[in-house]
Write a protein that binds this ligand. Sequence first.
Ligand SMILES: Nc1ncnc2c1ncn2[C@@H]1O[C@H](COP(=O)(O)OP(=O)(O)OP(=O)(O)O)[C@@H](O)[C@H]1O
Ligand SMILES: [Mg+2]
Length: 381
Amino acid sequence: MAADDQPPKRSTGFGYYRPEAVAPTRVGSAGACAPPGAHVPAAAGAKGPGTTAEPAGPADPADGVLADDAVLDLSTDSARRDVDETLERLDRELVGLAGVKRRVREIAALLLVDRARSRFGLNSSRPTLHMSFTGGPGTGKTTVALRMAEMLHAMGYIRQPKVLSVTRDDLVGQFIGHTAPKTKAIIAKAAGGVLFIDEAYYLFRPENERDYGQEVIEILLQEMESERASLVVIFAGYPDRMDTFFSANPGLSSRVPHHIAFDDYDHGQLVEIAELMVAAENFRFDDGGREAFSRYLELRMARPRFSNARSVRNAIERCRLRQARRLVELHRPLTRTDLITLTAQDVYGSSVFGSDSTPDGPARAPAADISAADPRLAVPS
Ligand SMILES: Nc1ncnc2c1ncn2[C@@H]1O[C@H](COP(=O)(O)OP(=O)(O)OP(=O)(O)O)[C@@H](O)[C@H]1O
Ligand SMILES: [Mg+2]
């Protein structure tokens, strides 16, 4: 049987159907092709919005290869609708981050065009999408990783919109011979999704020649290259240390084509973030409360261990505590307005307006806490 006559194959293990895995059905063979010049939907076989069970591939092999002069309408690709939804959510829920949002859109466009190319039988390698997210604490790295996983899943690049968040301790063993199995177990657990390595630079300890972190890096290098695990690795951490980490590990750096920088938020953005967070919890600031919170942020930004949006979230939690205490002490029936309103009094109770106390808890929340807030973010047990 000639290669052209073989039934289309789907690659195993990947939600992403590689162009070369789709046997081209030649122009003119029965029924499978669009006629020359035909205007066809981009991925007729793709799933509708909200579907999570099976990712959509770049092309449905059943559709065959399009004629050279066919026209493909990208707007009808149903995976695109899923992706647009994720991108809109990113815009709606995250203030600022213009550069980050642009990169996410670019990656979505790359995959969309790759799907379109495969419909024409244009072979190319699976795009490499390992990434690094660098930015200060609370700048949205983990949150964007979750959205990225959703987007990659909608495009059929990964099998599930899952992020496994790990740190050095999850990968490195304490004794000789323990690191490789530990790392491989984590890779197996993350397979088909995103492996998010937080504070990745702790894997590299140049001062200790026999540090097991180096073994982790070597295993990761192989896995990132091989595609076996159908895994996207995101290395995350603070900018300066990440720069040092990548320059000390050029092999790793060359396998990470997407470096995405998360800037600190300015005061105006933090105020906007506060409004979003408060509204998401069915609260609102009254005018005095809004002004007081803006003032709070000015002071808090200048103090140690300021953690961008995470500090905003912590501060709002404490405002809610003070509001609750204030309401209980009113000793009168409460209105809906009472229950939703955060006032200046609820803000000015903060120690930031005093002189000597510590304003926030830990600058960085433990990974387990973050994942508890979002069930899609798994942490190794
Ligand atoms: N641009 C933003 N708009 C609205 N909320 C945001 C934004 N950035 C972050 N947040 C919120 O702030 C909190 C912290 O964000 P996230 O955990 O993603 O930051 P991070 O960069 O991973 O922090 P860390 O480096 O400390 O792990 C989350 O509740 C997140 O939803
Ligand atoms: Mg994080």
